[in-house]
Design a protein around this ligand. Structure first.
Ligand code: ZN
Ligand code: ZN
Length: 411
């Protein structure tokens, strides 16, 4: 474990810059039992920031695994009504949410994929109102990470358990811009400003299409929706509170047109989906839809990801990240999307973010559908950036602009 003072700095950053907890606001903390130390510090930081109440929702990945084994599909599909009431209470009382992710790699190996898929779909259906509320930014939310021993040893297999946990803590704190000597809150203000300036440049161009090409086999054209908005860094909730949905974050992202993606994309970092690692995979798109795909490992998992619903075969997000990002520079594969997605350019299969189109957060699902925004219960990011990625934008009048050369911004 790093020094307590360093962890307190991290907790304060999460509460004040991540969720930006307001005076007398309800704060919800979602934590694994593996990350109770950080959760306790966040609760304390939450009250220091003026929270009216802090509710912790504990989960235990090992209990979840036992449930998958021990329950029938029918039982797994039952969503207890009190858990829905709880989520309704959080929505009605303007709760902001801090989620600590701490995946246990390989834990769900061997679970019947149909069980995981059906349970996941039942959860997504039951909590759709909650997802719509949070993803529509009607309250502040943030996702952060903390290590567990299994995850740490997956990332640092050559180290003893304690050393591996310490090393993963250091990597997470570095990536989150928390050091012994700095003021992370001030540093995040600077970082947000840089991301904002790339958003502004890209928004002014209003590219019709982006063309991605590199030597590993990606040759993909993505049409962007009309009046798309590039976002990244901090966001403002519909109630006017500025917050950071992810710590760390390095991305500038926007909304692809649901029916406007053509060509092939080759992933460059494995994708961890429901505890399974999909490796060396590719997808072929025609008019926005995945028409062919392959993976060296866990092709079945990729198949079930694509078959969640109609929208899971279409893209909902395209994100640009310099290959020279601080996270990529660590050279560490974190086996965790929060970090790996900030290492390189990525796409997401599934639901689009309504805020990525003008007026999107106040549109009905039908209106969003009409502008080309993908609808799905899922949202899975995968990385395809490389050190030789080239991106060319084409404006409506046909003007071409080079955006990325050799994996980095040139605008
Ligand atoms: Zn993203
Ligand atoms: Zn995403």
């Amino acid at each position: 474990m790093p020094k307590l003072e360093l962890l307190k700095k991290y907790a304060k950053l999460i509460v004040e810059v991540g969720a930006n907890v307001q005076k007398d606001q309800l704060l919800v903390v979602r934590s694994s039992t593996d990350t109770n130390e950080l959760a306790r510090l966040i609760v304390e930081a939450g009250y220091n920031a003026g929270a009216k109440a802090v509710k912790v929702q504990w989960n235990d990945p090992y209990v979840s695994r036992s449930n998958f084994d021990g329950m029938s599909i029918e039982t797994l599909e039952e969503v207890p009504p009190w858990t829905i009431d709880e989520a309704k209470y959080f929505v009605e009382n303007n709760g902001c949410v801090i989620s600590i992710t701490s995946p246990v790699p390989g834990l769900n190996k061997g679970v019947d994929p149909t069980k995981m898929q059906r349970a996941g779909i039942a959860q997504m259906k039951a909590f759709k109102f909650y997802q719509d509320h949070m993803m529509g930014n009607h309250a502040q939310w943030t996702v952060v990470a903390a290590p567990n021993a299994v995850w740490a040893q997956k990332v640092f297999p050559e180290l003893e358990e304690n050393e591996a946990v310490e090393a993963l803590w250091n990597a997470i704190l570095d990536a989150s811009r928390v050091t012994e000597s700095n003021d992370p809150i001030m540093e995040w203000e600077e970082h947000n400003k840089r991301l904002l300036s790339h958003n502004e440049i890209l928004n002014n161009y209003q590219f019709d299409t982006l063309h991605f090409k590199n030597s590993v086999g990606t040759d993909l054209t993505i049409k962007l929706v009309e009046n798309h908005i590039w976002a990244g860094g901090g966001e403002t909730s519909s109630k006017g509170v500025y917050f950071n949905p992810n710590i760390p974050t390095e991305e500038n992202f926007t909304m692809p047109h649901k029916f406007g993606v053509n060509g092939k994309v080759v992933a460059t970092i494995p994708l961890n989906y429901q505890g399974n690692l999909i490796e060396n995979f590719w997808l072929e798109f025609k008019d926005g839809k995945v028409v062919d795909y392959g993976a060296e490992k866990q092709q079945e998992t990729l198949k079930s990801l694509l078959e969640v619903d109609e929208g899971s075969k279409h893209l909902g997000e395209v994100a640009l990240i310099s290959y020279n990002s601080p996270i990529n520079n660590t050279g560490i594969l974190f086996y965790n999307t929060l970090f790996d997605e900030n290492a390189s350019c990525h796409l997401a299969l599934g639901r689009a973010y309504p805020m990525n189109v003008e007026g999107g957060t106040s549109m009905t699902p039908e209106q969003l559908e009409a502008v080309g925004s993908n609808q799905s219960m899922g949202h899975s990011d995968f990385m395809f950036g490389s050190n030789d990625m080239q991106i060319e934008g084409t404006q409506k009048d046909g003007t071409k602009v080079l955006i990325f050369k050799d994996g980095d911004f040139v605008i």
